[in-house]
Design a protein around this ligand. Structure first.
Ligand code: 3PG
Length: 207
């Protein structure tokens, strides 16, 4: 359910929000740009509070936790209302806990071995991170040979400039990135600019 919604939007903004009080303004900026998905990363302290505020005030938004590297973070994300849990790599303990608690795990997998672990858990969409350094679309295509039903959310190095290339690949479920919510835009509270980049990105996805 959550994955099909994410896939429909086609974009997963990777957010490191340090000013928790800006949670609602950020959610509004994304929604105004047609993006109803947010990955709130635990790279910023208080990520669980951002998740809680957005899920409470924008119930239609699909909010997940990002950079989840231990169970404690997974638990606090779930408690705050996150629907999906993104990790840079695959950790079986986090995947199992996430599934047992009704959340969707999105582990980072870039090798066949990592993908085989994900497949064992019944996962059919993985994060592909860092996408640019691991060979981008070419690697996704090659991995799709043995793992035909798997789809990927490439993240890392995606920009407005190369979004079309990733989004055009049939095995790509959605594209992740911080390009529409960079630290600079967030720090300078450029809500209109965030909305504009989201609109631009959505237009590219829909092409
Ligand atoms: C992530 O955590 O998913 C990535 O750091 C996002 O990568 P980007 O900043 O290159 O989009």
């Amino acid at each position: 359910m959550c994955i099909s919604e994410i896939s429909k939007t086609g974009i997963v903004p990777v957010i490191k929000l340090t000013k928790i009080e800006n949670s609602e303004r950020l959610a509004e900026a994304l929604l105004n740009g047609g993006v109803n998905v947010a990955e709130i990363t635990f790279r910023a302290a208080g990520a669980e509070n951002v998740i809680r505020r957005i899920t409470k005030n924008f119930p239609d938004m699909i909010v997940g936790a990002g950079t989840v590297v231990n169970l404690e973070q997974a638990r606090s994300a779930a408690e705050a209302g996150a629907k999906f849990v993104v990790s840079p790599g695959i950790d079986e303990e986090i995947v199992k806990w996430t599934q047992d608690n009704g959340l969707v795990p999105l582990p980072g997998c870039v090798t066949p071995t990592e993908i085989m672990i994900a497949v064992r858990f019944g996962i059919n969409v993985v994060k592909f991170f860092p996408a640019a350094q691991y060979g981008g679309v070419d690697t996704i295509k090659a991995l799709s040979g043995p793992f035909e039903s798997l789809r990927f959310i490439p993240t890392g190095g995606i920009s407005i400039g190369n979004l079309a290339e990733y989004a055009g690949e049939e095995k790509v479920a959605a594209c992740g990135g911080s390009f529409m919510v960079s630290s600079k835009l967030l720090e300078e509270e450029k809500w209109n600019e965030i909305t504009e980049i989201c609109i631009e990105a959505r237009n590219i996805i829909e092409l």
